[in-house]
Design a protein around this ligand. Sequence first.
Ligand code: FAD
Length: 474
Amino acid sequence: MTTATADALLGALRARLGQDWVWTGADAAPYLTDHRHRLHGQAIAVVRPADAQEVAAVLRLCHAAGVPVVPQGGNTGLMGGATPDQSGHAVLLSLGRLNRVLELDTDNDTITVQAGCVLATVQDAARQANRLFPLSLGSEGSCTIGGNLSTNAGGTQVLRYGNTRELTLGLEVVTAEGEVWNGLRGLRKDNTGYSLRDLYIGSEGTLGIITAATLKLYPLPAGQGSAFVGFPSIDAALAFLSLARQRLGAALTGFELIGQPVLELVARHVPEQAQPLPGLAQPWYALLEASSEAPDGAGAALLRLAEQALESGLLADAVIAHNLQQSGAFWRLRDEAIGVAQARDGGNVKHDISVPISRVPAFLRRTADALQALDPGLRPMAFGHLGDGNLHYNVSHDPARAVRHLFALEDRIHDVVHAQAHAQGGSISAEHGIGQVKRDALPHFKSPLELALMRRIKQALDPLNLMNPGKVLS
Ligand code: FAD
């Protein structure tokens, strides 16, 4: 890339989008660092198109100049997918101005939104129409639908409603060459060939840019209840999950496992956060959520379930939230306090693995043993969506030693945790994607044929390798 090429492209982008929407220097800088401030990139410019036609124009200009494009939504991704590399040869395309709700169809139970809509805005729009858009993540105040689609985001309601993929009926996508594919179909049945929609979902911006989506809506539950429970063992937690599914069926909307060391970390670093159960005497805890058609039905169902499980010994302790305030405090513990405690602790080595639910106990035991063998000071901090077999298996440092000892072992810790997940038939990325952070690990856990098939798809849809290069595939 010569300076003349970059300058010519900058001029063409400014002519098409207007001076105000092509940023360089200090204006561009905040977009070039990832959410955790661990990755820093460079770009010719940050561009902020207003609609799909402008996105297409940017892609045509970049395609003609042979310049890569890195799409970015809310920049809350944890795998560095939205951060360009250090070469400075790419254009970063922010979807932030594509932020309109285009249509809400209550008869079809669908909402059509532009890709830069913040997730919380979509949830609010649905609620105002007395509907539920169930995708729910800790980052929902900043992440965008386009980012959710591109990472196939999960969150706390997957147990009942599925990942972003299961919530999506149609997409609008701009191809690497700058064509606009309008696939915004609100159809629940459409068997007319290859599912391009499913190809783009989860592709992390490496095949094209999603500019809009038609998403499924659900009835807004009249009642919701939460319970916080303690288990004598991880096997009891699994048996209780199975019982809860039998008893509550589709009313069970969340089941968040939290290890006792995680709650201790919260107690140490976030003392202002109320602990739902005193003593922290059990090795495992869980936060459950149930929904109901009657306003008070969910709390009553959770109470009956907890009583039965306490009697049979599956539960060692339980508390049912009596009101919205108490329920809110339970969820703040899960959604906010754990993250704050980990940050105040000096950071940790993070993982986002999944295994078949039945293999969770074996994964936990074997991984803890393998980490002890690596360094007896390592402290596993496991929590996550047990109902999806998805654990955020983070590893903290020995409080008696400086955190740099932990980060010196970072690569070896990843190797141990990923190998153990793989050995249990699991995945190294349950919901955060691959991005640049896990790109080099991927070939160790996918067969050569699976990787070759992925490369053929990439080659077909992006032959010049201009769509978010260096992400997912090397
Ligand atoms: P970005 O970070 O901007 O981008 C993510 C990837 O998608 C990049 O590869 C980018 O190039 C690509 N991309 C973005 N927009 C588009 C587009 N329109 N077209 C094509 N490609 C695009 N994730 C979960 O799955 N579950 C959780 O529970 C969860 N909790 C989180 C909690 C916190 C506090 C934080 C900080 C993150 C959490 N995440 C979670 C991760 C993150 O929020 C999700 O991955 C989210 O979907 C990213 O959305 P975004 O708009 O921020 O995307």
